[in-house]
Design a protein around this ligand. Structure first.
Ligand SMILES: Cc1cc2nc3c(=O)[nH]c(=O)nc-3n(C[C@H](O)[C@H](O)[C@H](O)COP(=O)(O)OP(=O)(O)OC[C@H]3O[C@@H](n4cnc5c(N)ncnc54)[C@H](O)[C@@H]3O)c2cc1C
Length: 243
């Protein structure tokens, strides 16, 4: 019995294959290919391009869609709430794999929880895309530069990837449709001034991605009007000005 249909859970289910009876319990019926989430937020990809149905990728597993609300590890039992009517069922198995992922960390940066949009699920990516388009629309009516200024908190690989993708997206949208709005800018907020940190799993090509995209990374002093007390990095759009 496996809890979680992400990279961990589906890998275990696929490796076990037909050799044993597998029950895969997850609260969504697809695997999200998170490395390409930024492309969805930036309208480069359609959501269906980065979602793989669990029933397709784990054809030998029994798929149960529901939210696990309780785990009794000693008895290898889990309680699952149905997304349809909220009813609760108990599942048990001979072995239990917990692969329910993690929650995003804000590292205590003040203001992030209250003021920012999260970036972890397909819904988050679509919310970012929708918000940016609404702000661009609003900025053509009220030419307020804060409407077209985006700040990204967290200069890890995902933050850098998102910054590069949104800078491309805003640049294209600005040139083609929203030229009467103030020039967009994307600012990547880093805790340290040492630049973008890549995950240990990143290939040399991935690690060099922001530079490869021709983006200029530049540090600013922490006199920024944003409510976070971390030194930001400018992520210039091709059109010119930085935020
Ligand atoms: C934007 C972004 C970009 C990333 N890019 C990369 C990258 O380029 N390279 C890289 O190596 N890593 C990347 N990662 C990290 C990578 O996505 C995670 O390391 C990986 O998803 C962890 O796999 P997991 O199976 O532990 O968790 P997840 O993939 O998060 O899967 C957990 C699953 O459990 C389900 N679940 C959670 N709680 C419950 C519950 N109570 N009941 C039922 N189901 C539940 C979730 O819906 C989900 O399907 C990125 C992450 C993000 C957010």
């Amino acid at each position: 019995m496996i809890v979680g249909g992400g990279f961990g859970g589906t890998s275990v289910a696929r490796r076990l294959g037909r050799r044993t009876e597998v029950i895969l319990i997850s609260d969504r019926n697809y695997l999200l290919f998170s490395p390409m989430l930024a492309e969805v937020a930036a309208a480069d990809l359609d959501p269906r391009h980065i979602l793989a149905p669990l029933r397709q990728i784990c054809p030998h597993a029994r798929i149960v869609i529901g939210t696990v609300t309780g785990v009794d590890a000693s008895r290898r039992m889990v309680t699952v709430r149905s997304p349809v009517d909220g009813s609760v069922t108990i599942w048990n198995g001979d072995a239990l794999v917990l692969a329910a992922g993690s929650e995003s960390a804000t590292f205590g940066v003040p203001g992030v929880t209250e003021h920012s949009l999260p970036f972890k699920t397909i819904q988050h990516a679509l919310a970012i895309r929708t918000r940016l388009l609404r702000l661009l629309e609003a900025a053509t009516v009220t030419p307020d530069p804060t409407l077209t200024s985006v700040a990204i908190v967290g200069a890890g690989y995902s933050g850098a990837e998102l910054a590069a993708s949104l800078a491309d997206f805003l640049d294209r949208a600005f040139k083609k449709y929203y030229w009467s709005a103030p020039t967009p800018s994307v600012t990547l907020m880093a805790r340290r001034a040492s630049g973008v940190r890549s995950p240990p799993t990143a290939s040399p090509r991935q690690a060099a991605l922001p530079a490869a995209r021709g983006r200029e990374l530049r540090h600013k002093t922490a006199t920024d009007p944003f409510p976070w007390s971390v030194p930001p990095i400018d992520f210039r759009t091709k059109s010119g000005t930085a935020g």
